[in-house]
Design a protein around this ligand. Structure first.
Ligand code: HMG
Length: 384
């Protein structure tokens, strides 16, 4: 059987940025707590005329420009900050990207884990139809209450992946370890735009899901821990990946000190938590910053509060360096427009009625805009 996996992946983010040193100083917190204690430098914040749809479409556009649309019959959109209770955000993206009408489009939800569920589904679709390619998009805006402990772990961003047979980046191996348990560590009620979180419980639930998923991975014939060259973890904040590696080392008795790549951190330190996209922006960061990965095995752990986890592995393909987009990602990160804290707080507190017509101000310069609400339906435009 041919290998199946991630053929290419791209990262995109929001228009604005907040420097966490400023947020710390304004709150009377030592900036080192965010920079060192959480491992975060900045966080992306969406402008009024962007959302998970515009970020997701902007992430997918360069993939389609590079690889075309032929063979794509499925769009899987993963998010936990969905813009509608019924309609998939993927349908807006499908229209914005001008994808063919003959298409399967659906949204996946299970907190930050949903992109991995989408990826696993994509692998299954390609296994049945090796000529098909699946577009997986993970896009999220992480929002907590102002002045809460979660506030410095907000963020925004999207990753798009093309899943194919004979992938050029990462061939996903068949064994996965999974974990599920009903835990109230983090959730977002239907009438709330911010997450409710029990921070301490979320840390132990994450680490518990990791060891359960690892044990399942091992029981199902997964490789030995020593055969994994690098680890890439879901990163609500990058320090969490260090805690995860330490937890896995304690659980397996292995010395994993050299296996965590600092290279999984650069994008995530800048983006903040991107929920469903976080694990895969960490993977993009690793592939973009390490030249020595060809033939190496990466262990990936995906966590989604509530709580589920999945541990799986992939082999980096020879020539992966030729697909990298580090310059483009860095240019987008550097080009973000800083907000003052007063502007950020006003944007955070803005009301978004869905039962009256309104138009967003024209702020962003990206390829797609959220233009407002008309007859209770969200409206988007492609920049001409
Ligand atoms: P907190 O209470 O503000 O912070 O909340 P803390 O007191 O625990 O300090 C954080 C770290 O900073 C500690 O390091 C301190 O020692 C250190 P640790 O001991 O943990 O290694 N520190 C300092 N370091 C250097 N200089 C200093 C200094 N002061 C303190 N001066 C918490 C932290 C993460 C709980 C909070 O931000 C929060 O609630 N965040 C949201 C929840 C979250 O991100 N949970 C992560 C696991 S759950 C998950 O990943 C799922 C999620 O992505 C969503 C989903 O799946 O749907 C969230």
């Amino acid at each position: 059987m041919t290998s199946i996996g991630i053929h290419d992946l791209t990262v995109s983010t929001a228009h604005h940025v907040i420097d966490l040193a400023e947020l710390a100083e304004a709150g009377g917190v030592d900036p080192a707590k965010f920079r060192v204690g959480l491992g975060q430098d900045r966080m992306s914040v969406p402008a009024a005329d962007e959302d998970i749809v515009t970020m997701g479409a902007a992430a997918a556009l360069p993939l389609l420009e590079r690889h075309g649309t032929e063979g794509i019959r499925t769009v899987l959109f993963a998010t936990e900050s969905g813009v509608d209770q019924s309609k998939s955000a993927g349908l807006f993206v499908h229209e914005l990207l001008g994808l063919p009408r003959t298409m399967r489009v659906v949204e996946f939800k299970q907190a930050c884990y949903a992109a991995t569920a989408a990826l696993q589904s994509a692998l299954g679709i390609v296994a049945r139809n090796p000529g098909e390619r699946v577009l997986v998009i993970a896009s999220d805006v992480a929002r907590y209450e102002l002045d809460s402990p979660g506030e410095p772990t907000q963020g925004a961003g999207a990753v798009a992946m093309l899943v194919t047979a004979d992938p050029a980046l990462l061939a996903i191996e068949p064994v996965s370890g999974v974990a599920a348990r009903d835990v109230d560590d983090f959730w977002r009620p239907n009438d709330s735009t911010t997450a409710v979180v029990d921070g301490r419980l979320s840390l132990t639930a994450y680490l518990g899901a990791l060891t359960t998923a690892w044990d399942d991975f091992a029981a199902r014939g997964g490789v030995e821990v020593a055969e994994i060259d690098r680890f890439c973890f879901h990163q609500p904040f990058t320090k969490m990946a260090r805690k995860a590696l330490k937890g896995l080392a304690q659980h397996t008795g292995a010395d994993l000190k050299d296996s965590l790549q600092e290279e999984t951190f650069p994008y995530n330190r800048e983006l903040g938590n991107t929920y469903t996209a976080s694990l895969y922006s960490g993977l993009a960061s690793l592939l973009d910053h390490d030249d020595t990965l060809a033939g190496k095995r990466i262990g990936l752990f995906s966590y989604g509060s509530g709580a589920v986890g999945e541990f799986f592995t992939g082999i980096v393909q020879p020539g992966y360096q030729s697909l990298r987009r580090r310059d483009a990602v860095e240019a987008e990160l550097d080009g973000r427009v800083p907000l003052t804290l007063a502007e950020y707080r006003e944007l955070h507190s803005a009301e978004h009625p869905s039962d009256t017509d309104w138009e967003t101000p024209r702020v962003t310069q990206g390829p797609f805009r959220f233009t407002g609400i008309r007859r209770q339906a969200r409206q988007y435009e492609v920049r001409q």
